[in-house]
Design a protein around this ligand. Structure first.
Ligand SMILES: [Zn+2]
Ligand SMILES: [Zn+2]
Length: 267
């Protein structure tokens, strides 16, 4: 692909959580082994400037939620030459606490999210403890303030952010969850975010326990694969294997920042 809409794509790890595999699947897991989650933010770099997918959480939220912060997000961005102050575009996959924190890190950015995610996070479903569990009222309020500051663009279904970068409503895990498709020199890479937490969800069709709509989750797996150039172009949102599968963005960033628009390492 030798046109102008080619982007570089990076996964930046900022936190980690040790847990058992039985916690990652509805119905548990027969092996019940250690199967930790990593926490990422993604950077999409093209000629229109860097686009950041999700904003992670800050050290205070990590402490509250008992997640281990490995490196603050700002440091990861700076390690690949991105100044958060200069970022103009942030895409929000969904409004769970681990995807919309660090509200002040991107003071110039416009935020892109789905209509129905904001409606979900501010509406009647939040009356139910089981559904509001992964949300934080302060995070939601911070996003509402951005609406009033004219810093949010809403999308309803599939839409283009810049040529070569499109959002796709998946739903399932959260009502307004969107994944992102990016044109790269390797083909179309799809950043699933929480439409697939782990490779194991995609390969076995099993479902992460926190879920708004089961049917949309499994339909979503098919959509992700259809949008991507191959099943191996789908990048799950919380899998530590991503950092093993793809090369480091540059020497010294192993286990921290991976480059996703290049061929995966031979395994
Ligand atoms: Zn989530
Ligand atoms: Zn998440």
């Amino acid at each position: 692909m030798s046109d102008n809409n080619i982007h570089e794509v990076y996964a930046i790890r900022y936190a980690h959580h040790d847990r058992k595999s039985s916690e990652n699947f509805i119905g548990g897991d027969p092996h019940d082994v250690l199967q930790p989650l990593d926490y990422y933010v993604w950077a999409i770099v093209g000629k229109a400037g860097p686009i950041i997918l999700d904003t992670g959480f800050d050290p205070a939220m990590g402490k509250k939620r008992q997640r281990e912060m490995t490196k603050p997000l700002g440091e990861g961005l700076k390690a690949i030459g991105i100044d958060p102050q200069a970022v103009e575009t942030v895409i929000v996959s969904h409004m769970h606490y681990d995807h919309i924190g660090n509200y002040d890190l991107f003071p110039r950015a416009r935020y892109h999210l789905q209509d129905c995610e904001m409606a979900y996070a501010t509406g009647r479903c939040m009356c139910h403890q089981a559904l509001r569990l992964p949300f934080e009222a302060d995070d939601v309020v911070a996003m509402v303030r951005k609406v009033f500051d004219d810093r949010v663009t809403f999308h309803d279904g599939a839409d283009e952010i810049v040529p070569g970068v499109t959002v796709h409503h998946i739903g399932g895990h959260s009502k307004g969850l969107q994944s992102v498709r990016v044109k790269t020199r390797r083909g179309y890479v799809v950043l699933a975010a929480d439409a697939a937490h782990l490779y194991a969800h995609l390969t076995t069709g099993r479902i992460f326990p926190l879920t708004y709509n089961l049917g949309e989750v499994v339909e979503g797996y098919a959509t992700l694969k259809k949008l991507a150039s191959s099943a191996d172009h789908v990048v799950p949102g919380h899998d530590p294997l991503v950092l093993a599968h793809y090369p480091a963005a540059k020497p010294g960033l192993e286990g921290w920042v991976a480059r996703l628009d290049v061929e995966p390492k031979a395994s």
